[in-house]
Design a protein around this ligand. Structure first.
Ligand code: SPV
Ligand code: MG
Length: 294
């Protein structure tokens, strides 16, 4: 038993513990650090947020290796376990196993793969998006599970059956197949304004493996309801990115209007805080150790 819990083991603990766990979205090194300092125990590396922060659509416009580079900065910036939004796995079974090998090498704790086709579209766009063939998707999951070098690395299978209008029976059938194919947890996604359909799913699922939810559209549901229903994990999926848009826009518009920094100075963190977040103290210490004395 290693004395320091590995990140995959930490994510596994969050997913399997009886208490409700929370993953907070981050999309770069800075937001990953902020999420950790806020007290969260795990990070959701959102595909939507990483794409948006790069200024592109959530349609696999950023390549998987460009995303991997962002994830490397996130893993370096934070000690938390990171569950990566792996979209569809960027192709077939072979792309999934290569993705998992590379994620493991970058210190990522787990990946979520959704049952759609490459290139994906965000779940909140359009109606009736085509789902992957269930057998083909199970092949992606099995290949992923077989390619883990760390058995604690977590694979979360996400079904879009409810989102694409295929109904509860199909969602349950798919989740069951994905669990049998080696997924460590399932993510049931919904775009309803209430939690009704994820709660029905949860009742009928009957605790077969951990269930993860993303209450972006049913944000008014009290968290206590999720706790009582026995969900494993709640993902707050895109809120540091959306908060950044609000703050950046207000700041840029104010400076543009005023043609001055004066009014905004007290509303933004001082530069010294940026130095603290990025660890300049450590650089000073290391310089004393490694640079020639003056
Ligand atoms: C993401 O955060 O990229 C997700 C969640 O996949 S959602 O945007 O709801 O599809
Ligand atoms: Mg996504």
């Amino acid at each position: 038993q290693p004395s320091v819990e590995s990140r995959p083991a930490a994510l596994k603990r969050l997913l399997t513990q009886p208490e409700l766990a929370f993953l907070m979205e981050a999309h770069n090194g800075l937001s990953a650090k902020i999420v950790e300092e806020a007290g969260f125990e795990g990070i959701w590396a959102s595909g939507l947020s990483i794409s948006a922060s790069l200024g592109v659509r959530d349609n696999n416009e950023a390549s998987w290796t460009q995303t991997l580079d962002v994830l490397e900065f996130m893993a370096d910036a934070s000690s938390l376990p990171i569950l990566v939004d792996g979209d569809t796995g960027y192709g077939n079974f072979n792309n999934v196993r290569r993705l998992i090998r590379k994620l493991e090498q970058r210190g990522i704790a787990g990946v979520c793969i959704e049952d759609k086709l490459f290139p994906k579209m965000n779940s909140f766009l359009g109606e009736g998006q085509e789902l992957a063939d269930i057998v083909e998707f199970c092949g992606r999951l099995r290949a992923g599970a077989d390619s883990k070098t760390d058995p604690d690395f977590q694979i979360v299978a996400r079904t879009e059956a409810l989102i694409s209008g295929q109904g509860m029976d199909e969602a349950l059938r798919r989740a069951e197949a994905y669990h049998a194919a080696g997924a460590d947890a399932v993510l049931i996604h919904s775009k309803q304004k209430t939690a009704a359909e994820v709660l029905t799913f949860m009742e009928r699922w009957d605790g077969r493996c951990p269930v993860v939810i993303v209450p972006t559209t049913y944000h008014a549901t009290p968290t206590e309801i999720f706790r009582q229903a026995g969900f494993s994990t709640v993902i707050w999926a895109n809120h540091t990115m959306r908060a950044a848009v609000t703050a950046m826009r207000e700041t840029a518009e104010r400076i543009q209007r005023d043609q001055s920094l004066h009014a905004i100075e007290g509303a933004v963190v001082p530069v010294s805080e940026i130095f603290r977040i990025t660890g300049n103290d450590e650089y000073e210490e290391a310089s004393r150790l490694y640079l020639p004395a003056e």
